[in-house]
Design a protein around this ligand. Structure first.
Ligand SMILES: Cc1cc2nc3c(=O)[nH]c(=O)nc-3n(C[C@H](O)[C@H](O)[C@H](O)COP(=O)(O)OP(=O)(O)OC[C@H]3O[C@@H](n4cnc5c(N)ncnc54)[C@H](O)[C@@H]3O)c2cc1C
Ligand code: SF4
Length: 509
């Protein structure tokens, strides 16, 4: 049951294992659990802290539990999209809102056809979803803890005859404190550091936090290990260097972290042209309603209601919630403007409109080690986003809002939905306040090394000993929040790795 932090890796440290996993989010934790239970000696290396360092504010979450301090930006077409990616043992699950969606069948069917294998078909994946949902304790969101922000959406969408409801979440003992994105203070959220990672540790996995992997060791044309730097979690000072050797290395550093590492290391060029391309983001923007009754959007389950409109395929609007300071920031209000908005804060409700994107981008690395992310909008996506925002405004009004606003430059507040729609239609995407927490598909699975990085069994096409299992391997955009898909796909891949046999021939030197 070894959980190590920087104090265990001061100076120069050498470790060995059968398999090294880089990253401990949904992807890494799922692979570790399956491999460890299968008798493989696993070493998991994680850049962030070994134990959560939660405090009830976003600045703390950004400092400790967001990659690159929450300041990853996607640059494209004049707009800057902040891209959130979690950090620490548990990865994104430490700071995510715990919404759990199974991969839609039509997506799994598309992937099955693209990949030409059966192990991602709806039939094969069904039992894996059952298994994961039981482990991470996915439950219905009870109305008692939903809070008015979520209830208003369900009320409004029901009135308009739309599909709607509370979202299932891995939150077995949630008390509805609305702090999921700062880290759950009560343990109500079953993030993977509380289930999949301990299961892997019970079967001998060694988990080492505070180690940023910065290089991949290649000898005799095969991957034989990694090297990394050990950082003090608070001061960020270098306190040591670590080298680890194994028969195989599995990258689970996420859809930003995995291509960033490959680009930094230089191995990307050897793995082919697809590394870091095809980035999908599920970009979204917000519609905020102002009601005559108090909503207090910072109370209740953080994000727990959705609606769907058959006329808007690929658009998934769901609750957004935030604390007052963050709302002022989203609306870019300071000074007198912030003061004027403050009395309205308790009356606000919100929907985040997320789209399954055709737009694509790239992930590389800057010389200082940070990621370099670009994103190019597809015009159809822009139109679908706007249509989703207009429909969301209707839902909020039907639920009880009397005024609507969006974080879009040049727009004000609206009581007339036709005017809101007309103004929105004129705004270019560069004026939108946008957000993404779902980077994916940057090291895709596939059969063609020109368009994919790994094969449908998780192994890199171009080099032995290297595997990938995280949200970067999705062959397309997904359309639903990705944590459950990441866990299920990584679980399926790990079973394929065991079935096919991980490399053992190379001695660990
Ligand atoms: C704020 C927020 C809210 C979200 N809400 C939801 C939600 O409600 N529902 C949902 O389904 N999804 C949600 N997501 C998305 C979901 O959390 C991610 O899709 C998921 O975590 C991706 O899993 P992953 O294993 O691919 O990568 P990650 O979870 O990003 O894990 C990668 C890990 O690798 C580590 N790492 C990176 N580089 C290195 C390196 N060089 N060396 C060592 N370690 C490294 C990182 O620190 C991180 O811990 C949210 C995400 C965020 C950030
Ligand atoms: S709403 Fe609060 S109690 Fe519930 S899972 Fe999120 S942080 Fe935990």
């Amino acid at each position: 049951m070894t959980l190590r932090d920087h104090t265990d890796a001061l100076g120069d440290t050498s470790l060995t294992a059968d398999v090294i996993i880089v990253g401990s989010g949904p992807g890494g934790a799922s692979v570790a659990r399956v491999l460890a239970e299968g008798g493989v000696k696993v070493l998991m290396l994680e850049e962030g802290p070994a134990r959560p360092k939660f405090r009830p504010n976003f600045a703390n979450a950004q400092r400790y539990h967001m990659q690159e301090n929450g300041a990853i930006v996607a640059q494209g077409l004049g707009s800057f999209v902040p891209v959130a990616a979690g950090r620490g043992v548990g990865g994104g699950t430490l700071v995510n809102s715990a919404m759990c969606w199974r991969t839609p069948d039509y997506v799994l069917e598309k992937w099955t056809k693209l990949l030409g294998v059966d192990h991602f078909s709806p039939t094969a994946m069904g039992p894996i979803f059952d298994e994961i949902e039981e482990i991470i304790q996915v439950v219905d969101t009870p109305e008692a803890i939903a809070g008015e922000n979520n209830k208003l959406i369900v009320r409004g969408a029901t009135k308009l005859g739309l599909e709607t409801g509370f979202i299932r979440r891995n939150t077995p003992t949630c008390v509805g404190c609305c702090m999921c994105m700062m880290g759950c203070p009560s343990g109500g959220k079953a993030s993977v550091d509380r289930n999949l990672v301990p299961m892997a540790r019970e079967h001998g996995t060694v988990v080492q936090g505070d180690v940023k992997v910065e290089g991949i060791l290649v000898e005799d044309d095969r991957v034989v290990g990694v090297r990394g730097t050990v950082y003090h979690p608070d001061t960020r000072e270098v306190v040591g260097h670590l080298e680890a050797r194994a028969h195989a290395v599995i990258l689970s550093a996420g859809a930003i972290g995995t291509p960033r590492l490959l680009a930094l290391d230089g191995l990307a060029s050897r793995l082919g042209p697809a590394v870091g391309t095809g980035l999908h983001l599920h970009p979204g923007s917000a519609v905020v309603g102002i009601c005559e009754h108090e909503v207090n959007m910072w109370r209740g389950a953080t994000q727990a209601a959705y609606f769907k409109d058959k006329a808007l395929p690929g658009v998934l609007p769901h609750t957004i919630a935030s604390e007052p300071g963050h709302i002022l920031m989203i609306f870019n209000k300071v000074g007198h403007e912030a003061k004027a908005l403050m009395p309205k804060l308790p009356y606000m409700c919100g929907i985040g409109v997320m789209i399954s994107d055709k737009s694509q981008g790239t992930v590389g690395a800057r010389s200082d080690g940070r990621s370099k992310v670009t994103y190019h909008w597809d015009e159809g996506d822009v139109e679908r986003l706007k249509a989703g925002m207009v429909r969301s405004a209707e839902v909020l009004m039907a639920g009880g809002a009397v005024e609507i606003a969006s974080p879009v430059g040049g727009m004000g507040t609206y009581t007339d939905l036709d005017r809101y729609a007309a103004d929105l239609a004129t705004r270019p995407i560069r004026d939108f306040g946008l957000y993404s927490a779902h980077p994916m598909a940057t090291c895709r699975m596939g059969t063609d090394p020109a368009t994919s990085v790994i094969d449908p069994y998780g192994k890199a096409h171009a080099i032995d000993g290297l595997y990938i299992a995280d949200a970067s391997v999705f062959p397309t955009s997904l359309g639903v929040n990705p944590q459950l898909t990441t866990m299920a796909i990584a679980t399926a891949l790990a079973r394929q790795m065991l079935a096919k046999g991980l490399p053992e021939a190379a001695p660990i030197r």
